[in-house]
Design a protein around this ligand. Structure first.
Ligand SMILES: [Zn+2]
Length: 204
């Protein structure tokens, strides 16, 4: 197993955005663009570990430093497959079209990972204690939590999700407040600058 130290800031020069969106959107926004070129914020074990460490407060699964230091290439494959399926489904929800049944199956499969349940241990003359059965590790449970967040987002009638219209931007955001037009102020500024440029550039 490869292990690596958690590095902060992000090992890549431009980290994926963390915009405070609902967890499902934060997850799919690990597919992002920097100056027009697409990046994968989960594309390496250290990238995935970084993203999980930045978001760990949002999981009920305890993502310890030890768990994150053990993230490996197989985890990268699984999280990316879930992310890409989730992203396609959210895109269909926002833009319309037909969902791919394989993507639905992928999210549902992930949602069943890592299930554990409390069992009672109570021996005579001792206080009752609890243990967990079925626990398969925090990284599987984190995938399940992400899948549940995606299901919640896709099925919430009040969720108003939009694809950012910023130039070259591939992010999703929740329109909350409802008049919110961009994923971030940076995208709004870039769009205004682009409009200004097109209006004022010299005629050919
Ligand atoms: Zn944007």
């Amino acid at each position: 197993m490869t292990t690596h130290a958690l590095t902060c800031p992000h090992p890549a020069t431009e980290a994926p955005p963390l915009l405070g969106e609902p967890l499902a959107l934060e997850f799919v926004n690990t597919h992002y663009a920097v100056r027009g070129s697409l990046r994968d914020g989960l594309g390496r074990p250290d990238y995935l570990a970084w993203w999980l460490s930045m978001c760990r407060d949002r999981f009920s699964t305890e993502l310890t430093d030890a768990a994150l230091a053990a993230v490996d290439e197989a985890d990268v494959v699984h999280f990316r497959e879930l992310r890409d399926a989730s992203r396609r489904l959210i895109d269909v929800r926002v833009e319309g079209g037909e969902p791919d049944s394989r993507d639905v199956a992928q999210v549902n499969r992930a949602g069943g990972l890592g299930r554990s349940w409390p069992i009672l241990l109570w021996n005579p003359q001792q206080p009752p204690t609890v243990a967990r059965l079925g626990a398969q590790g925090p990284l599987l449970e984190a995938q399940a939590e992400l899948a549940h967040a995606v299901v919640t987002l896709l099925t919430a009638p009040q969720a108003d999700v939009a694809a950012c219209p910023g130039p070259g931007c591939v992010l999703f955001f929740e329109r909350n407040p409802p008049r919110r037009a961009w994923c971030s102020p940076g995208c709004g500024n870039r769009a205004r600058a682009a409009r200004h440029y097109h209006r004022h550039r010299p005629a050919d």
